[in-house]
Write a protein that binds this ligand. Sequence first.
Ligand code: IPM
Ligand code: MG
Length: 366
Amino acid sequence: MTSTYKIAVLPGDGIGVEIVPEAVKALKAVAEKFGHKFEFTEALVGGAAYDAVGHPLPPETLAICKSSGAVLLGAIGGPQYDELPVHLRPEIGALLPLRKELALFSNLRPCMLFPGLLEASTIKEEVIRGVDIMVIRELTGGLYFGDKYREKTPDGGQKATDILTYSTYEIERIVRFAFEVARKRRKKLCSVDKANVLESSRLWRETVSGLEKEYSDVETIHMYVDNCSMQLIRDPRQFDVIVTENMFGDILTDEASMLTGSIGMLPSASIGGEVGLYEPSHGSAPDIAGQNKANPLATILSAAMLLRYSFSMDKEAEVIEQAVTRVLEEGYRTGDLLSCSTEEKEIKLLGTREMGDVIVERIMLL
Ligand code: IPM
Ligand code: MG
């Protein structure tokens, strides 16, 4: 009997409701091609959940996630939710608790350049050709989850505080994970911190150094985050695996996304607990929402990561990735992937749904 793989589907807000169905289409194509049984259960999250039931992470949604094999998420948030009390905003009220509740301490963001997209990046071709970096971001600690508070000051102003904490345990588990990933790649690990200023970064660096002997087959270097942000643009090919804390990882991965041509290409996997969560690294893009313009490829590539990391379906994941490679090579683009230097005659501009359709076609053909 074939087993059933349960996938919780959380489209969320903005373009989330457009891109997630395209990734589901790709997963259904994979199921058909390989004879798997995927069961999709849709649930509300983010502003959509707030509008419907008054909370961005309803208990039913969390329960559906916890009882699934994996979660596919679109995007959350939008300007209409920015004035809500902090605990009801989609980011703080839904995404962060979801990461914490599912114990997703490890966030993988693979920045690789699909050959067809060499011209889509704003960075020179000779700098980015062949880029293939795996950024591993710690996801359940640091500033995001530290205490936050406001106080009044005697001069009538206010003082705001965000606490940045990391324990040896938290650092060690993410760094070990990164070493293991590096072992399966080019065996180079760059640990990013701000140890010249921050105490938490000094503990981070000491902890990484303490593990280096155990992973002596991996070449390890330490880099300050400001230098790393510069090196990513100057010479991105020097990097194989980057491991860093939550906030630095958030910032560096937006930067690194431009090495792939567009942030619309950057998938992510958040793992560590029993149920993994897969989402594009970009946001809900309210400016283009509802117009069939969004690039669904980051979400489709996130679905490939879901197959690989949650269901150990490597072949199936590769088929999705190859389909994306093919489609880009054949000149299909969403609007975010157009560049002035692209020769118009070879390029076929597609909407969100049409891009999903060609991906499905290629999956079935491969
Ligand atoms: C990301 C996003 C989130 C983050 C936001 C939406 C809270 O930017 O996943 O990178 O900062 O983690
Ligand atoms: Mg971010």
